[in-house]
Write a protein that binds this ligand. Sequence first.
Ligand SMILES: Nc1ncnc2c1ncn2[C@@H]1O[C@H](COP(=O)(O)OP(=O)(O)OP(=O)(O)O)[C@@H](O)[C@H]1O
Length: 262
Amino acid sequence: MAFLKLEHVSHLYFSNKTYTKALDDISLSINRGEFISILGSSGCGKSTLLSIIAGIIKQTKGNVLLNNIPLHQSDYVLGYMLQQDYLFPWKRIIDNVLIGLKVQKKVSKKTRQKALKLLDEVGLPHLEDTFPNELSGGMRQRVALVRTLITNPEILLLDEPFSALDYQTKLKLEDLVYRLLKQYHKTAILVTHDIGEAISLSDRIILMDTNPGRISTIIDVPKVLREEKPFLVRRQPSYQQLFDHIWASLNRGSETNGSKET
Ligand SMILES: Nc1ncnc2c1ncn2[C@@H]1O[C@H](COP(=O)(O)OP(=O)(O)OP(=O)(O)O)[C@@H](O)[C@H]1O
């Protein structure tokens, strides 16, 4: 049974007397523990899709099911990682990490220990009492990752979380995120504009077309690439082939025309 299932999902925005079909007939099944990336040009509906899965907006048509139960009736924990880390500057790292659990009144000696363990696992041992401004951008994103994982989310939505980082830090963080998500068997959906990132992290890649936003292709990343560490994937010959294929598909898609309905 699919863990997360989208059935014929469409979404229409209405503003300034204009309807915009942001998503058109999206059907997709995602298995527990799967890493999915969504690639597509600006305006193809990636953020709309994430917002629907996050329950922030409700689709105008179709169903979104989690474990076969409509999403809005499900009691599930969602993790979010965004381009910005949104750490509270006046709070120590440990308090930033525990903020979600504090809101839920779930902070205990055990959760503090878990937080310290996770900080250690992401390469930030002994930094729990420092403040965000004492850390680099990459370190801050690792704190954001721990803050997300500590709540034990069932689904992680990753909205371009590496795009503000320098290239070297980004590659290192990709490796880390990949390793931790596989280790904890997390289901993740990544929105990115970076084809290389999508190939090196994903089990499957969803290519979207624009106007209206729709799925054009679903690509199964070959096993040989999935078995390699993200950084090393880029050295495989099949990586370049897949990169070229995705590049061509996205460019073909961007040549199509679209519809604003009034
Ligand atoms: N609140 C809104 N009201 C009206 N139209 C909207 C709204 N939000 C998004 N849209 C439109 O819906 C379409 C999809 O937008 P969306 O932001 O989901 O795309 P995206 O793929 O995430 O874009 P980007 O890569 O630039 O972030 C676009 O045509 C956009 O103009």
